[in-house]
Write a protein that binds this ligand. Sequence first.
Ligand code: GCU
Length: 665
Amino acid sequence: MIYDSCWLTSKIGLTDFEVRGETPIAETINEELNFINEIGQKTELIGAKKVIFSSLKNLSDTEKLRFDSFEINDEGYIIKDTDDALYVVGVQDKGVLYGMFHLLRLLAQKSELVGIELIESPYNGIRMLNHWDNMDEKDFMGSVERGYAGNSIFFESCAIVKDKSRIKEYARLLASIGINSVSINNVNVHALESKLITKEFLPEVSEIAGIFRKYGVTLFLSINYASPITLGGMKTSDPLNEDVKAWWKKQLAEVYDFIPDFGGVVVKADSEGRPGPFTYGRTHADGANMLAEALAPHGGLVFWRCFVYNCQQDWRDRKTDRARAAYDHFMPLDGTFLDNIVLQIKNGPIDFQVREPLSPLFGGMTKTNQILEFQVTQEYLGHSKDVCFLIPQWKEYFDFDTYAKGTGSTINKIANGSLYGRQHSGVVAVANIGNDLNWTGHKLAQANFFGYGRLIWNPSLTADEIATEWIRLTFGNDAKVLETIKSMLLDSWVTYEKYTAPLSVGFMVQPHLHYGVNIDGYEYSKWGTYHFADCNGIGVDRTKATGTGYTHQYFEPNAKNYENIETCPDELLLFFHFVPYTHVLQSGKTLIQHIYDTHFEGTQDVENFIKKWDELEDLIDAASFTNVQNRLQQQLDNAKEWRDQINTYFYRKSGIEDAHGRKIY
Ligand code: GCU
């Protein structure tokens, strides 16, 4: 089976190269370069100069002198042209591997290499993907929760895949964009997946770890908090119970017998019905610390998710606010988590909506390791049917100033640990790949996978730069292809925002599915995601003065700005306020006119995407062309349905005519 090679399509290899070292990663570098040369055309690099791939320790003393003045971290690299050779040098072979992929990117884009001197270190230490892949249960067999690109590449038919060749292809893609950690099973751990940490599956899990290891990727597993009961036959999972502690120590030690460099565990506890320490009257810190103690002797980490809220809410209860929940649960515990625990926090306080404010836990917690969680899979952002390039959204989030330690306390600096000097930190995201031939379902969704890796390696890259790089590596260097696809990608998030739920009010989607419009789908449910629209207005009052008080989980001046309807940014208005339809936004439009206008515009944008895409028919490969063409048509149907339902709904609620007299049903 031939899978899409994504952004690694270039066949340009090296004429003359030398790889130093004998580690598994050095072997990989050799294999990769030979592989490209077999399929490729070997390029004449800078007058047939030799390329030397080496870690610092494998350089001769004279060679070392050339690199003395450069500062890179453990995973960084230097690409340097010298009189006699071009060098790709890292502290470790892993850095050399990243440097090799960088060099290949430069070759594919025909960049100038003469005199090159390039120094790179990743900005974030942990650069991770979580897979929500299932192996268990009839409905979930081999499926990917919130996956829109086929089934799992790790599991099938209640077992680990026998043919693991695709996992190697995946590991290559990961290393090529600098991802260094991966968890392979769903955070909702069903009965069978619980056993991944036992002898029944460890031999095969360790094979997967071995494949990843060769590409510098560390393997993690999601665990079921109730395992002492379900696997150990005990009566309790109480984290303070000595037998429970001993059980985890023994079980996790067994994992290390098979996988000496096992990364650790991801835990969803007391969240959406998953078991956790609350059952025993214990705190999240009690629960996480117990696992951390078992992992510490082996150097393992606990990623403990903060996605904790009451999912049995009564919609009549206006006091409980899901947005407050993570902060209310975890802030009082700051400082009580062991050092090998990392709290995993979703970017926003609700759930990966098209736009949300940043979680106030970022900056709030000062004494606890934190990792920022994004979602590459487009659960609420179009399911790989609608095009939605996520880099502009993530850029905005990274740049957000929390003011936690004064001006400049950005999310960027909190995620990478520098603001509070944290040891374990970085970024994690829910992956968007599956076993579809093109990995991501929508061809253009590959740009999110690629862009995620590139952005968290270097958050100062712009969305434009990342899109440009992806397009050139994927489709070649044609100027029209570049400009057309780039403009589509860069506009696509805002387009999606325009035709879906307005001004961060969120949801309004088909319950459970989370694709397509259903304005009141969650309005009278237990999930805590309400918009409260009536004949007077719409939005959630989260102010301190009259609402849930959520605004005051932020530092000043953010708290004050969000609290005041006049200073709250338009795009977040309905997240923080209940707003009359006639309220004039900072943009100068009334709320109702904004709703009408954006919904007509969003649909028009999709029509324009279709026109632009059609012009590329003869310029890109047929499979990619048809894939995107078909999906754009589905996107248009989706956008029209959103437009007409939203506009009609709010026309009926408000009774206010569209200023431009357009068709509203
Ligand atoms: C969302 C999503 C679930 C997922 C959960 C999580 O609620 O819809 O499928 O399990 O997030 O992040 O744990």
